[in-house]
Each structure stands twice: as C-alpha cells, then as structure tokens.
Design a protein around this ligand. Structure first.
Ligand SMILES: Nc1ncnc2c1ncn2[C@@H]1O[C@H](COP(=O)(O)OP(=O)(O)O)[C@@H](O)[C@H]1O
Ligand SMILES: [Mg+2]
Length: 270
C-alpha cells in the first residue's frame, strides 16, 4: 500500500468565465501535494488563491484540467469515498435534530437504525454534545453546530479528513477549543488531514507540515515547512513557544508577499 493517503500530482485547474466562455482563468497550475497516512497537513495562502479548488479536487467533487489524484496509491475516479469533508458553511439539515444529522450518513451507509443511533450518540458525546442530541441546528450555537458537523464527519470513520476553513466563522475562544478538540480526536485515531486555512497561526499550531501557496492566478506551492513542535499541543499555549515564533517568522517571510498580492487582486475586483 502507498505510504500516501492522498496525492495531488501536477494538478492544474482552469475555469471558463461564466460571462464570457472565451475567457479562461488558470486558478491552479502544476501543483503537487502529498499527504501521508496519519499526517496533518495545512495549506495556507491568500483569499482567492485556489485553496478550496485544491480541496474539492482531492474530494473528487471537481475534476482537474490536468494532473492526477491518487488515494492510497489508486487513481481517483469520481467522489473520494475514503474522505470526509468539513466546509466553512454548516452542512447540517435544519429539519433534523443533531442526533439525526449525525445518524444520516451512517444510515446511508446501510448501518441498522439502532446501531446508527448508538454510534451517533457516542460521537455527539465525544464532541461534548451528549446532552444536546435532540436539539435542532437553529437551537445550537455556532460552536455547537461545528461540533455536530465534526461528529458527522468522524462517525463515518474516514481515512482522510478534508477541512476547508472550518472554524473561520467562530469567535477566537470557541475556535481554540474546537482546534484542541480536533487535535485530541486526531491523536486518538491518526487520520490523514488536509486542513485549509488562511490563518498562519492556526496552521502552525495544528499541523505536522505547512504548505504555502502563491497568490493566483496559476497558484502553486512556494514553500513547505515541517512543524517540529512537540505534541500534544495546546493551540493557545503553543503560540508562546520560541520555536513557534521562529517558524511563524520563517513562513510569514514567504507568505507576506503573496498575501499583499492577493489583497491587491481583491481590491481590483471591487
Ligand atoms: N466554479 C468556478 N468557476 C469559475 N471560477 C472559479 C470557480 N471556483 C473558483 N473559481 C476562481 O478560482 C480562484 C480560486 O478560488 P478558490 O479555490 O475558491 O480560492 P480560495 O479557497 O483560496 O479562497 C478564484 O479566483 C475564484 O474566483
Ligand atoms: Mg476557499
């Protein structure tokens, strides 16, 4: 079996403009990204550079214009069934309770009702929502909805977890709580994680490796850093370690320029 859970190999992705089919936008070009089984990798880059595009390609939700995706050494065709996803926006069904939301995927996989209920309840408990299974999404706080979404993903026991800025809408304290919980759950089960963020502190605090993307168009990796901070980590406390500060400085040196370019591009669009 391949040592890599997920490989994006020489990926390019060109979008055709919605308004003018003759206009093409090269979002991603010549990008190779490999994630080992059990490895936690973050990808950082300025807004609009192509992070979500890469994640969607890894999920099999978007086909690249060229290049290959390999999942545990096998070429990916269609949706990546070894992966679970968590996106920035809630994907909870508003008319189902938290418990039913977590159960859905299990039932869909053919798990008997009683077993699915027990399993879903156990996962809600693990994310600290054991007593909230009967609440509907609108009765939950933003943090609690994220916890439900996390339980939903983890209950399916995917070998690869794809997260696209999952906590960016949360306040700082809730966010740090969630980040620590994700790390604790990950440490217990060691799945391959591809974590997308535009927040460098979050990327360093969580990851084994941080990959920096260039600003678009034709986005590609321009730096890769091994995060050799000891684990277990507390995401709030780790920030004051001298090694964290040093890594932050090194990576920010590479990222700064790209963020400025990305920001200038955003302004042009307004
Ligand atoms: N479906 C699409 N059609 C056309 N352009 C797209 C589409 N998806 C993304 N893009 C463009 O590709 C670039 C990268 O987008 P995205 O991957 O969402 O960036 P990020 O997640 O880093 O903010 C952006 O310029 C965006 O406008
Ligand atoms: Mg995005």
């Amino acid at each position: 079996m391949s040592e890599f859970a997920l490989e994006l190999l020489d990926i390019s992705c060109t979008f055709v403009s919605r308004d003018d089919a003759a206009q093409r936008h090269v979002a991603v070009a010549g990008t190779t990204l490999r994630i080992r089984a059990g490895e936690f990798v973050s990808v950082v880059g300025p807004t609009g550079c192509g992070k979500s595009t890469l994640l969607n390609i890894g999920a099999g939700l978007l086909e690249p214009s060229s290049g290959q995706v390999q999942v545990f050494g096998q070429s990916l065709a269609g949706v990546n069934s070894r992966a679970g996803y968590m996106f920035q926006a809630d994907a909870l069904m508003p008319w189902f309770s938290a418990l039913d939301n977590v159960m859905l995927g299990l039932l869909y996989r053919g798990m008997p009702q009683v077993q699915a209920r027990d399993e879903a309840q156990a996962w809600l408990h693990r994310v600290g929502l054991g007593a909230f299974g009967d609440r509907y999404p609108h009765q939950l706080s933003g943090g609690m909805r994220k916890r439900t979404a996390l339980a939903q993903v983890l209950a399916l026991d995917p070998d690869i977890i794809l997260m696209d800025e999952p906590f960016s809408a949360l306040d700082v304290q809730t966010r740090q709580l969630m980040e620590n919980e994700v790390l604790a759950l990950w440490a217990a089960r060691k799945k391959a994680v591809l974590f997308i963020t535009h927040d460098l502190d979050e990327a360093i605090a969580m990851s084994d490796r941080v990959v920096v993307l260039s600003a678009g168009p034709a986005t590609h990796p321009i730096g890769e850093f091994v995060i050799d901070l000891p684990r277990p980590r507390d995401v709030a406390e780790v920030r004051s370690q001298p090694r964290f500060v040093e890594l932050h400085k090194q990576i920010w040196n590479v990222l700064r320029e790209e963020v400025l370019k990305g920001y200038a591009q955003q302004l042009e669009k307004i």
